[in-house]
Design a protein around this ligand. Structure first.
Ligand code: CTP
Ligand code: CA
Length: 228
């Protein structure tokens, strides 16, 4: 009932969220990934839904329940995530990229499990860079014309403000959100730094659920001039 009565600042908006890590296969039984829990992205998908949006959540491999009313698309690799995201971005009004996309993938994926040959030789992996999903979508004609509002996240271990400002410019997004770490991966709480062209504003330490609601309100304010 409370959710029903709450204001719907994103009513009628279509929101695309990426969340979680990606998994890049080495062979059929192994791969590389990272410690992203997906909690921030799932919280944003839920908050956007509660704000009245139609939400598509493109999720890397995580074990989290799908927020009620959200369309979830499960993917594994960065290339899968790119494909699903580009497809759904075509009809989205807002794109929030929270996924910790693996920056590199093994250049080759072995068809069969790589075996020890008994000689003590170790495999030598080489890597290629993955597509930058956020940058690609943020530089698309719909995003450049303002039809699609893109929001990036940044995990930095140092110089958060300077790195976030540089990342915002490089990715071509109007709003870049920095995780005020240190270790936010897997935690239920966080603090965020919102960096846009005017200013940097802090959303102080809170649960990811509350931060997601605050971020959704900030996005709604920028997209439709809505204010609480
Ligand atoms: N991102 C993405 N696709 C990638 C890499 C990152 O869509 N291949 C998105 C993330 O979802 C996030 C933003 O870009 O919203 C910033 O990700 P981050 O890893 O902080 O930045 P990178 O550009 O990968 O730079 P680096 O990891 O070297 O800091
Ligand atoms: Ca990265």
């Amino acid at each position: 009932l409370i959710a029903f009565l709450a204001p719907k600042p994103l009513a009628g908006q279509r929101v695309l969220v990426t969340a979680g890590p990606t998994f890049e296969a080495i062979d059929p039984v192994r791969g590389i990934t990272n410690l992203s829990s997906g909690k921030m992205g799932f919280s944003i998908a839920r908050a956007a839904r509660e704000a009245g949006a139609n939400v598509v959540l493109v999720a890397g491999p995580v074990h989290l329940p799908t927020p009620r009313g959200v369309l979830r698309v499960d993917v594994t690799s960065a290339e899968d995530m790119r494909r699903a995201s580009v497809e759904h971005a075509e009809s989205a009004d807002i794109f929030v990229a929270t996924a910790a996309v693996a920056d590199w993938r093994p250049a080759e994926q072995a068809v069969h499990k790589i075996k020890k040959d008994g000689s003590g030789e170790v495999p030598h992996l080489s890597f290629v860079e993955n597509p930058d999903i956020l940058s690609e979508i943020a530089h698309s004609p719909r995003a450049r014309s303002g039809e699609l509002f893109c929001v990036g996240f940044a995990a930095e271990s140092q110089d958060l403000l300077a790195n976030a400002q540089a990342k915002r410019a490089r990715k071509g997004v109007p709003l870049l959100v920095g995780n005020i770490g240190p270790a936010t991966f897997g935690r239920d709480d966080n603090a965020l730094l919102l960096v846009d062209d005017e200013s940097a504003r802090e959303l102080p330490h809170a649960s990811k659920r509350v931060l997601a609601q605050q971020l959704v309100a900030e996005i709604a304010r920028r997209v439709s001039g809505w204010s609480a």
